[in-house]
Structures are given as structure tokens and as C-alpha cells.
Design a binder for this molecule. Sequence first.
Ligand SMILES: NC(=O)c1ccc[n+]([C@@H]2O[C@H](COP(=O)([O-])OP(=O)(O)OC[C@H]3O[C@@H](n4cnc5c(N)ncnc54)[C@H](O)[C@@H]3O)[C@@H](O)[C@H]2O)c1
Length: 443
Amino acid sequence: MNIAVVGTGYVGLVTGTCFAETGNHVICVDIDAKKVERMKNGEVPIFEPGLELLFERNTKQGRLHFTTNLKEAIDKAQIIFLALPTPPGEDGSADLSYILGVAKQLSKIITSYKVIVDKSTVPVGTAEKVHDALAENLDENLFDVVSNPEFLREGVAVDDFMKPDRVVIGTTSERAQKLMRQLYEPFVRQGNPIYFMDERSAEMTKYAANSYLAMRISFMNEIANLCERVGANVDSVRIGMGSDNRIGKRFLFPGIGYGGSCFPKDVQALAKTAEEYDYDFKILKSVMTINTIQKTVLVKKIRNYFDNNLLGKTFAIWGLAFKPNTDDIREAPALHIIDELLESGAKIQVFDPEAMNNVKRIYGESIEYINDEYDVLRGADALIIATEWALFRTPDFEKFDNLKSKAIFDGRNLYDVNDMKNRGLHYESIGRDAITINDLKSV
Ligand SMILES: NC(=O)c1ccc[n+]([C@@H]2O[C@H](COP(=O)([O-])OP(=O)(O)OC[C@H]3O[C@@H](n4cnc5c(N)ncnc54)[C@H](O)[C@@H]3O)[C@@H](O)[C@H]2O)c1
């Protein structure tokens, strides 16, 4: 098939590349001319494991192309995917201006039947809005609008796209359904389902899934905070509860709040939809409040340890990306920590295997970027762990000599508490006993 993908970010580029991998001819279009130039020159503009190999193969074999020209991209396409941003507007609702703007442009340049697919995460009713925007200048027989939310996770996006748990397709058009089934069949050969449903249900499915996952994380963060107060260990609790089949083991890890480009904005947007329909969605409101508070718990522990005086103290931070295996720092908890510490007059030196350039664009010279996980400890009063990169799981503690106060504040519970005690480190994590200086005296 001939496919066009509008918006070549984390979702669009993976979508386009994976469709090319299954033999389609794909043109990706983006308004960011610099990014398009880089991709034309063979450079993958984001870090996503496994993407480079597929990108290289499909560009070399002539199935994957890039342009800034929308008309050129869609001319031959049977299906046009919109993988555009849907950031939160000022009131928390999803900003649809990117999607509707492109829909309007398309309405003026489409000349033969096309399926327009909302791949972006969009509120219930958006397919109708896109339909109306197209219909302003276009005969209704020349297009169908489909909602096809994307469930890929950054860090494993290629795997998720190539072998999805399920594909959700919202459309009431038989013609569009047939084309979409044909396109997705190579991805579900192992028997995973393609669910067809109406557009509104498909749009709701995506928000329900993300909000549920955000809720699970927030629930565990609350359990962790309570564990600290009652003297329980959240790791044991997590394993004990997660082995119940009704609950399941995944998404039960407490931490320093969920981040990323999806959960925060999607929870907010669903809450806004509820508000618009005069529905008081109580759990979602709590999820947002819990997450805001959870982002502050590690800095509270740090303040406490340093008697509320962070002025002139130096902190090393391991991990900046909102999760491992990505360079994406949107809404990353690490940024919140950096802001709080800078405000308190602390100095910050950071290390992340992939995300440092993106952070540099925000913080410039106000923090120090160090390319080695041990060098970054030099002269630091404490180490803060903000992202659970595999690299940090089994460090060489012998190389911690650089660290002045031998204190670690671990927002990701990477280490065994007793092991830290035996190593003589001050160690505080989430939902588990803190190893304090008094404990160390008894070692
Ligand atoms: N990132 C994820 O993990 C993920 C997962 C599932 C769904 N989603 C959803 O997918 C959508 C896209 O997310 P993303 O993370 O890929 O965003 P992104 O910001 O990484 O990429 C968006 C791209 O669209 C381009 N763009 C903006 N306006 C354009 C226009 N008029 N024409 C062409 N290109 C334009 C931007 O330059 C950018 O390259 C969002 O709705 C998001 O919620 C994201």
C-alpha cells in the first residue's frame, strides 16, 4: 500500500518505519525542516532501540521517504496517518489545533479516496471534528476518518508496534475497515486481535488504558508512602500482591511519579472530558493530585537529611529521561527535582546515557553535564537516582569514593536496603526503610 504519515515524532517515525518494514511504500511528512533533512541524510532523530536498523533497511530499499511537502506525501497514499502532537491546552483539554489544522489543509488537496487515520491520542468526538473539517471543502465520498489509537511504549516502541497486544480500529465505514485490516494483518500473525469498534469507543479506549495505568502507579505510590510510615517494605508487598492473577505483576512499581509525554496529559484530558460532560471523575482527580505530590517526595527526604539547607550543596543525578531506553524528557520527574534543587541554591551535575542533549536545551549552563556515571559523583554531597537505566542497577560501588557524603537518594528502588547498609551508605528509597547514619554506626 501507499501510506503517508503526517508528523514524524516518536509515534509517527516508528509507525512509518514499521509499515515500510512490512512492504508498504511510506512517505513521512513533518513541518520541522531540519528534522526532515537529518532523516533524509540517514539520521534517526530520536533514540529508540531497534529503530535504526529498520530505518536504514527501509530507506536503503526505497520504501521509506521524508518530505516537508504535505501534497507530495499524500498524493498517492491510500491511507494517511495523523501522528501529530495533542499537547494539553491551558485548561488541560487536548489541543486539537495540529490535527484540525492538517485536516483543513488535506481538505484542499485530496483528489481521490483516502482513509484519514487519527493515530494521535485524541478526545472522544475528534473523529467527527476531523470529518467536519475535511467535509468543509471535500466531497464525503472521497474520505473516511478512522480512529486508530497507538499503544506503543517508548523504549520498546518497535517491538510493541511490530507485535501489538491488540490493534484498536474505530470506524463505521466498511471500506475503511477492509483497508485497515489489510494493512495490519502482517502485525497480528500470532493471533493477537484487531478489534473493530465505533470511533468514540476507540478514542475512549486509549484514554481509559493510559489513565488506568497511571492510576495503578499512583495507587502503589500511596501504598509505598504508607509502607514507610508503618514499617513495611513495599517491594515485598508488591510481589505479594502482584502474584495474584487478578492483579498481575506489571505497573506496580512505586517511584517518584509518572511522567512522559502521555500519562500526565492523557489523565488531564480525560478529566477535562468528564468535566465537559458534567461528570465528577473522582479517581482521576486523585491520581493527578497524588502524582504532583509524589514528584516532591525525594527532595523532601533530601532536605530532611541536609537539615533544610541545600545552599551550595552539590548533587549528582543519575538518569534524566522519564524512563529508561528513551531520550524523551517530557514531564520527566528528574526535571522537577532539578528545578527544586536549583531553587534552593544547590549545584547540580547530571549523567544520562541518552537524554543529556535534550536536557541541555532546557537548562543550558545552569547545570553540569558529565559523560560518565562515576565522574559525575566527584565532589557531590549525594547521589540522586531518577531513572532506572539498566546501567545503574549493578554499579561498581568501589568507584563511589568520589561521593562526599556517601548518601544515595534512590527514586527507583534499585538496590537492596541491607546491601546498602553493609556497604556503609546512607540510603533512602521509596516505601522502604531508610538507612541512616545511626544505623551505620551499628554496622
Ligand atoms: N510518545 C508516545 O509514547 C505515544 C504513544 C502513544 C500515543 N502517542 C500520541 O501520539 C501523538 C504524537 O506523539 P509523539 O510523541 O509522536 O509527538 P512528537 O512531538 O514526538 O511528534 C510530533 C511531530 O509532529 C510534527 N508536526 C507538528 N505539526 C505538524 C504539521 N502541521 N505537519 C507535519 N508535522 C507536524 C512535529 O514537528 C513532530 O515531529 C500524541 O497525540 C501522543 O499523545 C504518543
